[in-house]
Design a protein around this ligand. Sequence first.
Ligand SMILES: *Cc1c(COP(=O)(O)O)cnc(C)c1O
Length: 220
Amino acid sequence: MKVNKEQYQTLKKELDSQKVELVAVSKTKPVADILELYELGQRDFAENYVQELLEKASQLPGDIRWHFIGHLQTNKVKLIVPFVQLIQGVDSLKLLKEIDKQGMAVGKQINCLLQVHIAREETKFGLNEEELDEVMKNLKDFTGVKVTGLMGMASFTENLILVREEFKKLKNLFDKQVQLQTTNHKLQTLSMGMSSDYKIAVEEGSTMVRIGSLLFGNRT
Ligand SMILES: *Cc1c(COP(=O)(O)O)cnc(C)c1O
């Protein structure tokens, strides 16, 4: 399927009017497709495999802001730290510690979102509420990372009531952490919503959506 340029422009306008950031999820799609959206002005793109991200980044303009949205292995952190814009989906203290270490090694503070498990499915990654509290309590020890928000994925289901409940839950956790937050980590980003559920996510307070198939067509 082709890149849907009209869809991009409609979506971009819709999200801009609500001050929601659009991250285009380009996983599995060729660099030519990414360039098509780049030429329309899109700069934030997301990948979920390190190798694929490295290959694409090396072939594409340097002002693209790359987001990592996959499950990141600690031994791969140093490969993306020099250039990554935002690591979404940090799901353990161990991973955060490694990003901190690699961030310090390159003299940067790496922007991260903590991934919270809100879906019913066991297969999805993320921290539970207790683990989130625990990580947040440890944040003051870190100087090579900056936790700028939370990220979550709703259940993969047609039950939109459930999806909405899960987004509400994440928004509540976000608001609670904003209240408690420590000085050097300002939580401002709530990344929730994909092609099938972004409208609900925005209604429930999302500030960043991650959209793939709606823009690039279905993945095979
Ligand atoms: C693939 C993916 C998306 C985008 O999914 P679409 O349904 O294609 O919009 C968003 N977030 C994460 C974490 C993903 O892995």
